[in-house]
Design a binder for this molecule. Structure first.
Ligand SMILES: [Zn+2]
Length: 253
């Protein structure tokens, strides 16, 4: 029996304001409809964790849908589409920015507004899962270990206080984290998703799960081919390009 494959999709904003972290609402609707038509099950991050522990049997191929940053357009634009299809996503929130415009390093221009706690609470009641994306959208590689510890712990506590539920999932801002921050993540969370471009399995590092950046799949034919299992070559080409680049930059590794 082949091992289950899980694609963890990565989204940020669903809006028509341009840039790599915005997916046009029409394209997003098409991407979701294609999943539904292909009959690929959308599972939650809790389901994925249960499957890793052997408590849940997965289909050969399933999908987890993730959103970083908790922009307001998640509630106004993405969630209506997802809830119509009965898809339950996870949204990673930087808890100190709720209801405000993004203002962190690398923020989109013009800045996009994040959802409020009130909206998050309502969405949680309607079936949306939430995880942490730190308090201040901090880069865990550049802050001190004490700050990193506080960012990870306080954001989890704030989420748990507001939502009245245990929070066990994390997404580090800017993707990659070093060994020190990774240990602190492990103290506070059971999963962490990164920005490594690949499909996930039930093995591998649960604190550095790969995701599919959906900006690469705005072409509908490419996305449909991927869902049908015919698009793996595209991912492979990107992975090879990346490993060649790394071996040139780090020849001793
Ligand atoms: Zn982010």
């Amino acid at each position: 029996m082949s091992r289950p494959v899980v694609d963890i999709l990565m989204y940020h904003s669903i809006s028509a304001t341009g840039g790599a972290t915005c997916i046009d609402p029409v394209v997003f609707g098409e991407q979701m409809a294609a999943i539904s038509r292909a009959g690929v099950p959308v599972i939650t991050m809790d389901d994925y964790l249960a499957a890793r522990r052997g408590d849940l049997q997965l289909e050969p191929y399933s999908i987890v849908i993730t959103f970083d940053d908790g922009f307001r357009d998640f509630s106004t634009t993405a969630w209506p589409v997802l809830s119509d299809l009965n898809f339950r996503p996870i949204v990673y929130l930087p808890t100190g920015n709720m209801g405000r415009d993004e203002s962190w390093e690398g923020a989109h221009q013009p800045p996009r507004q994040l959802m409020s706690w009130h909206e998050a609470h309502q969405l949680h009641r309607e079936g949306v899962c939430f995880g942490s994306h730190t308090v201040s959208h901090a880069n865990l590689n550049t802050v001190s270990p004490e700050i990193a510890e506080a960012e990870l712990r306080i954001s989890r506590q704030e989420l748990e206080d507001h939502l009245g539920a245990e929070v066990i999932h994390f997404a580090p801002p800017y993707g990659l984290v070093g060994k020190g921050a990774r240990k602190t993540i492990a103290k506070n969370y059971q999963t962490s998703v990164g920005t490594r471009l690949a499909s996930a399995s039930l093995g591998g590092d649960v604190l550095d799960l790969p995701r599919l950046e959906m900006f690469y799949f705005t072409d509908q034919a490419r996305w449909q081919a991927h869902l049908a299992g015919r698009g793996r070559a595209y991912l492979q080409v990107r992975k090879i390009a990346r490993s060649v680049r790394q071996s040139v930059l780090n020849p001793w590794q």
